[in-house]
Design a protein around this ligand. Structure first.
Ligand SMILES: Nc1ncnc2c1ncn2[C@@H]1O[C@H](COP(=O)(O)OP(=O)(O)OP(=O)(O)O)[C@@H](O)[C@H]1O
Ligand SMILES: [Mg+2]
Length: 277
């Protein structure tokens, strides 16, 4: 039976809490303070734009949140784990399971096929390929509209197609958070819209949170929320609307206006994606 709708506490929906995050790049005697005390939170199943002028620290912040670089100080806690204190091995396991990346220049492996690129986060550097991994990668490529390009080498795909492969790859391990650094920055208007629409649809289907940096105001306006950063500090982050959830035990259903998202990643992601495939 479906439980009646209720308003969740912030704990139910908390995904990421960033507190006083700072980064100073040190090069010999020269210090460049870039992040100067960043604070914000992300909830589960959100589509959030990160906006700010060039050089304001967006890429630096995303790289730190992706655990690819350590901050100088401050903390960030994801799914109840304090990531600044984790050892390298634990951190890389956590990153592999919970965080997906989409970059402006896709970063696909050029000699590998689209399918192999998507399988990569699952197969790992030692390439432990499994049938389940291959099937999931194929299903994701189908979902992003590239069923007929699965066996094409990455270099033989267009810019928009490469970015769609990158989206599929980011989702391979069913992460809780996808960090996207100007994912449409290299695309023309039409492809940018398509890639953005695809990310939005997948975000709604799977309940994955997306944090994406962009200079594209039009796309940012279509996100559920916007965080503005300037000179290394958050200058504005409008408060999110109150969210309602139904069926909290059987797969949280988050309702944001007309944009429902399913948060139970383990039970719903594949089924939803398969249904659409
Ligand atoms: N390794 C580094 N050493 C020193 N300074 C750095 C380093 N990496 C980045 N910076 C500086 O940090 C600042 C923020 O850079 P960052 O790439 O995070 O900005 P951004 O907001 O992503 O800009 P853009 O919109 O142009 O991509 C810049 O002034 C840059 O010069
Ligand atoms: Mg950048």
């Amino acid at each position: 039976m479906i439980n009646p709708a209720f308003t969740p506490s912030s704990d139910d929906l908390a995904l990421l809490e960033v507190k006083d995050l700072r980064k100073v790049f040190i090069d010999r005697d020269f210090q460049t303070p870039v992040l100067k005390g960043v604070n914000f939170t992300l909830q589960k199943a959100e589509m959030v734009a990160l906006l700010g002028p060039s050089g304001s620290g967006k890429s630096t912040l995303l790289t730190i949140l992706g655990t690819l670089m350590r901050p100088s100080s401050g903390s960030f806690n994801m799914l109840g784990r304090e990531l600044t204190t984790l050892k390298e091995k634990e951190l890389s396991n956590f990153r592999n399971q919970e965080i997906g990346f989409i970059f402006q220049y896709h970063h696909l492996l050029p000699d590998f096929t689209a399918l192999e690129n998507v399988m990569f986060p699952h197969a790992g550097r030692l390439w432990r390929e499994t049938r389940v991994g291959r099937e999931r990668a194929a299903m994701l490529l189908d979902r992003v509209g590239l069923k007929d390009r699965m066996n094409y080498q990455a270099t033989r795909l267009s810019g928009g197609q490469k970015q769609r492969v990158a989206i599929a790859r980011a989702l391979m391990n069913q992460p809780a958070l996808v960090l996207a650094d100007e994912p449409t920055g290299n695309l023309d208007r039409e492809n940018a819209d398509q890639v953005f629409d695809l990310m939005t649809e997948i975000q709604r289907e799977t309940g994955t949170t997306f944090l994406l940096s962009t200079h594209d105001r039009e796309l940012a306006e279509r996100c559920q929320r916007r965080i503005y950063i300037e000179s290394g500090v958050v200058v504005d982050q409008p408060v999110p609307r109150e969210r309602t959830i139904s069926a909290p035990r059987t797969g949280l259903r988050v309702i944001d206006g007309d944009a429902p998202s399913v948060v139970d990643r383990t039970s719903t992601t594949d089924r939803d994606l398969q249904r659409r495939a």
